[in-house]
Design a protein around this ligand. Structure first.
Ligand code: NDP
Ligand code: OXD
Length: 314
């Protein structure tokens, strides 16, 4: 019997908790599933499935064997000063999560490619006005981050015929994608990018990466889609770039403070499209299968896939 605690943050929907219990027990009836804070004796807990856990909480389980983080980005987790670093910390790499993000990226890239914000503005003015729309091969999309999510989005954008580039930390190759890497190639990558999509992890190296300097490096009229973390964007710099028309439009799913405070300028900015951190969501149906595979690996004495590199911070 393995004792698993689901720590999905207070206020989580009971239906979702039931779904996790159901899927995990269907795969492994031996799992003793407990829901935080009703953990029972802390020494009995073998594994934690966690999202937005309370700092310090994961350090309380003396016999913990692994942490399964129920999200792809571990920036919140790594802020926990008492995080037990001796156990494998597995981030979520899940086909359902990847598919959701690719849908979001495609939706917003297509919307910009097809100039929908301009048609929306014409509609509000009662204007019947046509605009030229280039072939996809002449639309330059740039992905910051060519990891699990960036690669899938890039592949689907290539399928649609877009001129795709990507920027990563280390050198990469991908068919039909112009690959850039490292600080020294960032400006060249931005200079050729009309629609910028951020899918980076939030680390000290990427915090504030969408700022006055990098926005100015994009061609005039570029659009920005941030589906990674709010901390990637310097909010005031983005608003300034939108106000002077250098950036035409931005789609933002994530914010430095969530929920986004009511008084924040982003809410009412006419060139901003906002979603409440839903670009992709963890769904028990697919995520539970990934967790089960990880549990099997740890029990068999193997290192599970997608262990977070604590040195790199993602
Ligand atoms: P991965 O770790 O698979 O990929 C990260 C990519 O970013 C890699 O290509 C990596 O480069 C690159 N990168 C990291 N640091 C730098 C740097 N300093 N300079 C240039 N490139 C860098 O992550 P995922 O694709 O799984 O997820 C990306 C992020 O998406 C998550 O961290 C999370 O914050 C966000 N996310 C948001 C969701 C939402 O609903 N809004 C849902 C899911 C995820 P290299 O390959 O060389 O290491
Ligand atoms: C994630 C997220 O990191 O949902 O998975 O933001």
């Amino acid at each position: 019997v393995s004792v698993v605690v689901l720590y999905n943050g207070p206020g989580d929907a009971p239906a979702e908790i039931d779904a996790w219990r159901g899927y995990l027990k269907a795969c492994d009836p031996g799992i003793d599933f407990r829901v935080w804070p009703d953990t029972g004796p802390l020494a009995e807990i073998d594994y934690c499935l966690a999202w937005m856990s309370k700092p310090g909480d994961l350090a309380r389980y003396p016999n913990l064997k692994a942490i399964f983080w129920l999200g792809a980005g571990v920036d919140h987790l790594l802020k926990d000063r008492e995080l037990p670093r001796h156990v494998p910390i597995v981030r979520l790499v899940d086909p359902g999560l990847t598919a959701g993000m690719t849908e979001y990226v495609l939706q917003h890239v297509l919307r910009y490619h097809l100039r929908q914000p301009e048609f929306d503005a014409f509609q509000r003015q009662g204007l019947w006005r046509k605009l030229d729309i280039p072939l996809a091969k002449d639309r330059r999309v740039g992905l910051m981050g060519l990891g699990v999510l960036g690669r899938d989005a890039a592949a689907k954008l290539v399928d649609l015929g877009f001129a795709v580039a990507a920027w990563s930390a280390s050198p990469k190759t991908m068919a039909d994608v112009a690959c850039f890497h490292g600080d020294e190639q960032l400006m060249a990558f931005l200079g050729r990018t009309e629609i910028l999509v951020c899918l980076l992890p939030l680390t000290p190296a990427t915090a504030g990466i969408i700022n006055a300097r990098t926005l100015a490096a994009l061609p005039r009229g570029a659009c920005v889609i941030n589906a990674a973390r709010g901390g990637h964007v310097v909010d005031a710099d983005l608003v300034a770039a939108l106000d002077r028309g250098h950036i035409a439009h931005a789609t933002l799913d994530v914010f430095t403070e969530e929920p986004l405070p009511v008084e924040h300028a982003f809410w009412r900015h006419p060139q901003i499209t906002l979603t409440p951190h839903v670009a992709s969501q963890t769904i028990a149906e697919t995520a539970s299968q990934v967790v089960i595979e990880g549990l099997k690996a740890v029990r068999a004495g193997r290192l599970p896939a997608n262990v977070v590199d604590l040195q790199k911070g993602y």
